[in-house]
Design a protein around this ligand. Sequence first.
Ligand SMILES: Cc1cc2nc3c(=O)[nH]c(=O)nc-3n(C[C@H](O)[C@H](O)[C@H](O)COP(=O)(O)OP(=O)(O)OC[C@H]3O[C@@H](n4cnc5c(N)ncnc54)[C@H](O)[C@@H]3O)c2cc1C
Length: 503
Amino acid sequence: MKYDFLIVGGGIGGLICGCLLSKEGYKVCILEKHYSIGGGLHVFRKHNMIFETGIHYVSGFSQNQVLSKIFNYLQVLDNLKMKELDAEAFDILHIGEDNHKYKLGSGEENFINGLSIDFPEEHDNLKRYISSIKDLSKKFYLFNLEPRETDIFSMDDELTQPVGKYIDQFFKNEKLKRVVAWNNSLYAGIYDKTPAFVHILISRFYLDGATRFVDGSQQLADNMVKVIKAAGGDVFTSSEVVHLDVLDKEVKKIKIADGRTFEAQNYISAIHPAVTLDMIDTSQVQKSYRNRITSLKNTTSVFTLFVTFKEKSFPYFNYNYYYSPSYDSIWKASEYTAESWPQGMMLLTPPTSGENKYAEKMIINCIMNFDDVKLWENTKTGKRGDDYLSFKRKCTDKIISILKDIFPGIEDTIEYLSTSTPLTIRDYTGSKDGSLYGIEKDCNNMLSSHIVPRTKINNLYLTGQNINLHGIIGVALSAILTAGEFVGVNYLINKINEEYQKN
Ligand SMILES: Cc1cc2nc3c(=O)[nH]c(=O)nc-3n(C[C@H](O)[C@H](O)[C@H](O)COP(=O)(O)OP(=O)(O)OC[C@H]3O[C@@H](n4cnc5c(N)ncnc54)[C@H](O)[C@@H]3O)c2cc1C
């Protein structure tokens, strides 16, 4: 069968893009390599417990917010189970050096008042900072779902300055400068490299209120599959794309691992652009384009510890807990030695539909560079060898030893432990080097780290976290840009807004 669109990768970006195009009457087919759909939304089961993989907390689902508008348009909001995090502190930042805990609240007032308790003399500066975040985020028409003629990336110097410089200009207190950067692990921020707009958009997104999926984020992926299928499309799992057959600047067909081939009018790759190009014969892609895409640096990765608690033994936290050994390590989580790892962690107790006085599980993320697992890069899951298992055990012991200091007695509450490494992320999502958020944005080289949906191959387009921005918000907006190549970005934005106004 010939489809209008074949989408490579059934992660968040592929699914949203597939839904947008299905709603325009196109026949869409999604090919997903994993046995289950969803990418970052996918959950896995271990010891009878569901664990999230790539979506720990989100925002934008409340009334009038951007994701509620987009997902309302896609008709996938029904029966979604979500839980708002505490407004006074949706994140807690704990600094080991002086054993101090900071509250990061959502909403202008909560954020400013929460930090003014610790930094009263900076109250006015906090106000200036928040008002700058609000003002500058208005410049992104797509983020605000406003139809415009200009490109999202026609940015001024204020937005493309290094993130560290942007934050530091507001505050006198050296500690506060770092505290305000607490969330840089949400975008793998680098002090003198990440453009300020990434911090501005991610901060604005979460300052509007943070939410978690209850019982995991898979529900959103499953709802999107229903929309695509209801429109006559297909979604195939366990279908790893291995080759794109390109001739005369056109994709002719796609081959999957079991040898089957699929054809369509247009092809959208919702996986890493460099991985996409690796699946095309060298002679069919301009050398300069391939070199540019493959030479871009990717964001760092993460080691994750998944914990199952004994019944009613550990409290549920309705916030995320960030731990940093020192103020300086906030910007330096990926700069460590074998001895000094980890330089920080972000942990959460995901909610379940039961009562949530006690936590059933905990997920602990620690930044880890791919180099740490490079030794095993040519091995496969479950067959990486004893030395890999021993490496994972050592990492687990280090994390537990920090957790014991933060939460005395936690070791007695743990029933089961499991782990994932950068190799797990690489092999399950196809993300280059297990990168958390794909290609690193570089304020010193804005143009080359900015990837657009169109490629040098006429009927091949890109979507997902490497276009525009990462995270659930970034890929949703990228999907609008990619689908907009066929029906118009403003047309989609108008339809999304009109549909929302009907409610
Ligand atoms: C540990 C972790 C925590 C995160 N936490 C958050 C969070 O709390 N909030 C947030 O907003 N963002 C978070 N993110 C980021 C977010 O998950 C990503 O930005 C988002 O999932 C990217 O969406 P995507 O569609 O580009 O890629 P993905 O969702 O990763 O989807 C890519 C899909 O393509 C499939 N695929 C790969 N290769 C092939 C192939 N050859 N053939 C067929 N299919 C293929 C993969 O299996 C996968 O399903 C987190 C990421 C990680 C890794």
